[in-house]
Design a protein around this ligand. Sequence first.
Ligand code: PMP
Length: 401
Amino acid sequence: MIDLLAKFDGLVAERQMVLDAGMRDPVGVVMSEVLSPTEAIIQGRKTILMGTYNYMGMTFDPDVIAAGEAALRDFGAGTTGSRVLNGTYATHKDCEAALCEFYGTKYAMVFSTGYQANLGIVSTLAGRGDYVILDADSHASIYDGCSMGNADVVRFRHNSVEDLEKRLRRLPADAGKLVVLEGVYSMLGDIAPLAEMVRVAKAAGAMVLVDEAHAMGFFGEHGRGVTEAAGLEDQVDFIVGTFSKSVGTVGGFCVSNHPKFEALRLVCRPYVFTAALPPTVMASSAASIRKLMHNADKRAALWAATRGMHEGLRARGFTLGTETAESAIIAVMMPDQVTTVRMWQALLERGVYVNFARPPATPMGTYLLRCSLCAAHTAEQVATILAAFEAAAAEVGLQLS
Ligand code: PMP
């Protein structure tokens, strides 16, 4: 027998080395209790969460919880079937209606996760003979959608309008083209120069899809994302998003005004060949989406917390992924894997949880601690986190500038 897992020997050894050195497993954190959107008990200790995507703190919203509880009673625990068979309940249609209200679009399609939304939409739109033109730092779900659809993939340099234009120019004029962009890039927290990119894409006759996973709820006047903030809603053909971030539940979606959009329900494999989300999740998501439309105060609180954290970390000499706070994600750049794990652990021991991020998720093979803010973070929590960063850096001997 040839051991098919042998190809992972290097990874297993690397992980063992970290554990043998007495460090905790950065991918093995268990929250035994979740106290609020910003606090949980981890290994018996109250810990401030600064590595979730609970940007708007909706996970404990009383209306969101009540809607889920009512749906559990009325519709049961699960759907036991695909959306195209027995898995579409009134809750699913209402959640899609909530998305149409939120985005002001004609159509919305809910998937079981954001990953499946990208996988399904990209692979179904762009097939053999078509081109997907995507940013090199695109999320794994976008890359996987490209592989599944068998389209030709053309990558352009991260956030480079010039490179996008150059690559579009080389493609046949009569070929189908889908330009895929993200409003906010999830590793460094930087935003796309969307207006320029959409202009260039449209000039080349391409359709445009924007993944707004990390922008929904707090970019733009109504929280519709970077697309809204940049005034591009009538030019972007498809918006993909997730419920696992600002909405505070789980699920994915695509919204569009394309008149033939509904046809995708018949042919999109990650939509057809999987079970529909439980009614609890649909009802909670719909309640959350409708509340997110009217959340200007929370948006302001999130931006205040994010700016306070970004400025505080910079003032203490940490190297960050962006010059200023561009989104609610702050990437603290690290020199190598061992320092990253040690720093991550030193923070956890001080009651602060952040994300340990490593290749292949990170761009250019970098190691970083990814922090993300929540509208519910208080100024006191921000101060506690900053003090923990300072003390942790001193403990592990991290070079600060
Ligand atoms: N797109 C982007 C840009 C993401 O960062 C993520 C998840 N981090 C997804 C899609 C997938 O979302 P989900 O967690 O709902 O699968």
